[in-house]
Design a protein around this ligand. Structure first.
Ligand SMILES: Cc1cc2nc3c(=O)[nH]c(=O)nc-3n(C[C@H](O)[C@H](O)[C@H](O)COP(=O)(O)OP(=O)(O)OC[C@H]3O[C@@H](n4cnc5c(N)ncnc54)[C@H](O)[C@@H]3O)c2cc1C
Length: 467
């Protein structure tokens, strides 16, 4: 079976890694750019600052992925961090999760939040229709209006009523009224919640170091960089790249954006479903290299959320806190990495974004002086977040099985378009699992059942493979 893999991000590498591990030798991987890693790549700017494509932290649902990480980067070359994330609003920092720490709000806002929560408990459960309903039904109208709705519009770049809510699962902390009240009465900050409250980061080279190491461990003659796929002839099972080369296959594992796959393979019959269901937002990353040392209040922070309109970004990572090697000289420099989302509902002026970002950093008191900025770097990922829109699952249920009839398997963050299983661990495992299905007839776990995938840490081989 000749397998062709499109894309050299974590999903494509996951497929290649498993093929290689199983001793299957007839495969090739085509990657348009000149390096591995996709959205999980890192870059060194002209002044020696390292940047990721937005804040990436390692958190995994799979024992296989955990041991792979330590295989690719030796245990001593990982740094472990306690997640310390904050929300900046009303001119102050509030610990995340916001809803557990509303005691830090000004009194009028606190009263609104509590009123909304009490109303919620009084009125009983209401079945939500979309993400906006879900937010209001989970947090009450006070927390929704003050934080959740503005913040989520800033992150997703879509009105929350256009998003579904069943993807939320472990990704959003829900509210426990008695815990909120206890925190209020005992004046306690509630910091540690959720699955990634401890995370790891490579000591050197940023997140991209992981995937560079992965690619280096694969046979170099099968990884083809600078190979931009331009046409897919599903009938003849031939892929053509920009340099005119043709690649035949028996099975195609594609990890490029599904909408692009449909266009390159001329699937006009699926275009309407894709247009309706497959929405996405772009990610604009601006890295700001600074002279001196971080101010006292940023010394231990990992990342911060920004729901208000005094800055373009929704999140900022104190990237120099992740590793001293992320900056050229840790005694004299530090760095902030910002993320600004974009869609037709939320356009971004690219030519002024760096200036607006610096102005935002001043407004939100992350920097004191413009003259502290010694380096700026920007990167735009056209496909940043696969939007969990209301019609996504309908579209996927129509498109993916039809492609499989032609032996095309679309997997990964934008290959399968499922935000809830689109982190590095999920994407890598989607690649691995499709190989297991094709070679050994084992069922996939992550893509068909995201809630199961996210429910716990999975042993390997998967329990469901043993049944
Ligand atoms: C802002 C942001 C923050 C994130 N934070 C985290 C985090 O904290 N933790 C985490 O685990 N994950 C995070 N992620 C997600 C992580 O980056 C993805 O899980 C991962 O990169 C997806 O891997 P993939 O292989 O599915 O897709 P991609 O990484 O998108 O790889 C697809 C590859 O296909 C290639 N390609 C596209 N078109 C063609 C073509 N025509 N021909 C050939 N090649 C092509 C691309 O160049 C790319 O290399 C984040 C992502 C973003 C954008």
């Amino acid at each position: 079976m000749k397998i062709l893999i499109l894309g050299g991000g974590p999903a494509g590498l996951g497929a290649a890694w498993r093929l290689n591990q199983l001793g299957h030798h007839t495969w090739d991987l085509l990657e348009a750019s000149h390096h591995a890693g996709g959205l999980a790549s890192s870059f060194r700017d002209k002044n020696g600052f390292f940047w990721d494509i937005g804040g990436h932290v390692q958190f995994s649902h799979y024992e296989y992925f955990d041991s792979l990480m330590h295989d690719l980067i030796p245990p001593g070359d990982w740094l472990t961090h306690q997640r310390k994330s904050w929300v900046w609003m009303r001119n102050r920092f509030i610990p995340y999760p916001f809803q557990n720490n509303i005691r830090r709000l000004p009194r009028e806002d606190l009263a609104r939040c509590l009123h909304g929560l009490v109303e919620l408990y009084r009125s009983g459960p209401r079945p939500p229709q979309n993400f906006k309903d879900w937010i209001e039904a989970t947090f009450g109208t006070g927390i929704a209006d003050i934080f959740m709705l503005p913040y989520n519009f800033k992150v997703w770049a879509y009105p929350p009523e256009q998003l579904a809510y069943h993807w939320v699962g472990e990704r959003v902390a829900v509210t426990d009224l008695s815990r909120v009240l206890e925190n209020l009465i005992f004046e306690r900050d509630d910091l540690s919640w959720g699955p990634n409250n401890v995370f790891q980061f490579p000591r050197q080279g940023g997140t991209g170091a992981i995937w560079n190491s992965c690619a280096r461990r694969l046979p170099a003659d099968r990884l083809h960089f600078g190979a931009q796929v331009e046409e897919i002839d599903a009938g003849r099972r031939i892929v053509t790249t920009a340099d005119g080369c043709t690649w035949s296959y028996d099975r195609l594992i594609s990890t490029i954006p599904l909408t692009q796959l449909l266009r390159l393979s001329g699937r006009k019959d699926l275009a309407a479903a894709a247009r309706r269901g497959l929405r996405y937002s772009s990610s604009n990353i601006v890295g700001i290299g600074l002279k001196g040392q971080p101010p006292e209040h940023l010394k231990t922070k990992c990342w911060m959320y920004f729901p208000e309109s005094d800055c373009p970004y929704y999140r900022v990572t104190v990237f120099s806190n992740y590793s001293r090697y992320n900056v050229p000289d840790p005694q004299r420099t530090w760095s902030l990495m910002t993320e600004t989302s974009e869609s037709r509902y939320k356009p971004v002026k690219h030519d002024t974004l760096v200036q607006e970002t610096i102005r935002g950093l001043l407004n939100t008191k992350l920097i004191q002086e413009v003259s502290d900025v010694v380096s700026t770097w920007s990167y735009r990922a056209e496909h940043g977040y696969p939007t969990p829109g209301l019609y996504r699952d309908q579209a996927l249920a129509k498109i993916l099985p039809v492609l499989e009839l032609d032996d095309i398997y679309s997997r990964g963050r934008f290959g399968a378009w499922k935000y809830e299983v689109s982190n590095q661990d999920h994407s890598f495992m989607q690649g691995l699992e499709i190989v297991e299905r094709l070679l050994n007839g084992r069922p996939e776990i992550t893509l068909p059942d995201p809630s199961h995938a996210n429910s716990r840490k999975h042993p390997f081989p998967f329990e469901r493979w043993r049944i």
